[in-house]
Write a protein that binds this ligand. Structure first.
Ligand SMILES: Nc1ncnc2c1ncn2[C@@H]1O[C@H](COP(=O)(O)OP(=O)(O)OP(=O)(O)O)[C@@H](O)[C@H]1O
Ligand SMILES: [Mg+2]
Ligand SMILES: [Zn+2]
Length: 279
């Protein structure tokens, strides 16, 4: 039932079964008469469900992580346990308060949450080849569930009513650069920047993965600094460490990003879950 490809119909002409919600005919409002006979509008019961669906769609959850949640994250060793616990602690910083007038107030922490490497990719590349594989094994940061846990976090927040945007570094930076070169007076770029800056929570997967350029460094700064000024949180993970992340996204951006983590910055390493499964 894909209505978007058809010409818009007059709502009156749709049959009852063509509406997702027959009660309100998808207006999300229902009219009732009060004792004096006046019509008053109130929200339909489907409103919350639809809002949740919309938020879920808008969040852009990658296909690979459709099933990722807290329940199916295995905690078999201390590092998995620590990562899991910090993610849950961070989740608990959020809450939704029901106010006297019936509206809800979202409580959002002004802290960022980062899972980064002990020994960053960039640093690894600078080592002589022989040493590289040893250090790589000692400090593996790949496939240890950083994205899994942060997507699980995002899903919970979406369910609780927060607007979450998930971006993946390489794709997102490419999109921004392309938008910058478009001949549309900055419209596309501004739209992308606006959603990244205004989402309640921005989840930035694999930050610092994209190849460095001056234009990208300016974009990292713009988004991170704007969110910093607005006290809006960024949830991020990276294969870089404190030092090398600065090299990839710029010192000014990295210092705000990391500085704003408070207790929620964890240097993580462990066994690659992807290799365990195949081996
Ligand atoms: N403890 C775990 N329990 C269950 N599944 C896990 C666990 N750790 C990782 N996985 C799964 O292994 C795969 C790799 O994990 P994930 O992509 O989250 O790792 P990552 O740390 O983000 O790696 P990379 O840095 O390479 O992006 C995913 O499919 C994820 O669901
Ligand atoms: Mg990842
Ligand atoms: Zn309805």
């Amino acid at each position: 039932m894909n209505k978007s490809s058809e010409k818009p119909k007059q709502p009156e002409k749709l049959g009852v079964d063509e509406y997702e919600c027959p009660i309100c005919k998808d207006t999300e409002l229902v009219l009732k008469r009060d004792e004096q006979g006046y019509e008053i509008a109130s929200f339909c019961e489907c409103r919350e469900r639809k809002a949740w669906k919309r938020r879920f769609k808008q969040a852009l959850i990658p296909d690979e992580f459709i099933h990722a949640n807290f329940e199916n994250y295995k905690r078999l060793n201390p590092f998995q346990q620590t990562m899991y616990q910090m993610t849950v602690d961070y989740l608990n910083e959020f809450s939704v308060l029901k106010q006297e007038d019936g509206t809800k107030k979202k409580i959002i922490p002004n802290k960022n949450f980062g899972l980064i490497a002990v020994f960053g990719e960039q640093r690894l590349k600078e080592l002589p080849i022989g040493e590289r594989s040893i250090v790589k094994q000692q400090h593996n940061n790949f496939g240890i569930g950083k994205t899994h846990l942060q997507i699980a976090l995002a899903k919970r927040l979406i369910k609780d009513g927060f607007n979450v945007l998930i971006v993946s570094d390489v794709t997102f930076m490419d999109e921004l650069i392309q938008a910058k070169m478009m001949n549309d007076e900055g419209e596309t770029l501004n739209r992308l920047l606006h959603s990244a800056i205004h989402a309640d929570v921005l989840v930035w997967d694999d930050i610092g993965k994209a190849k460095w350029s001056e234009a990208k460094e300016a974009l990292y700064y713009q988004i991170i600094n704007e969110r910093y000024r607005k006290q809006k949180p960024i949830v991020f993970n990276s294969n870089e460490d404190r030092g090398t992340l600065s090299e990839k996204i710029g010192y000014a951006a990295a210092s705000r990003l990391i500085g704003q983590c408070g207790p929620y910055l964890l240097e993580v390493e462990g066994e690659d879950f992807r290799l365990q499964k195949s081996g």
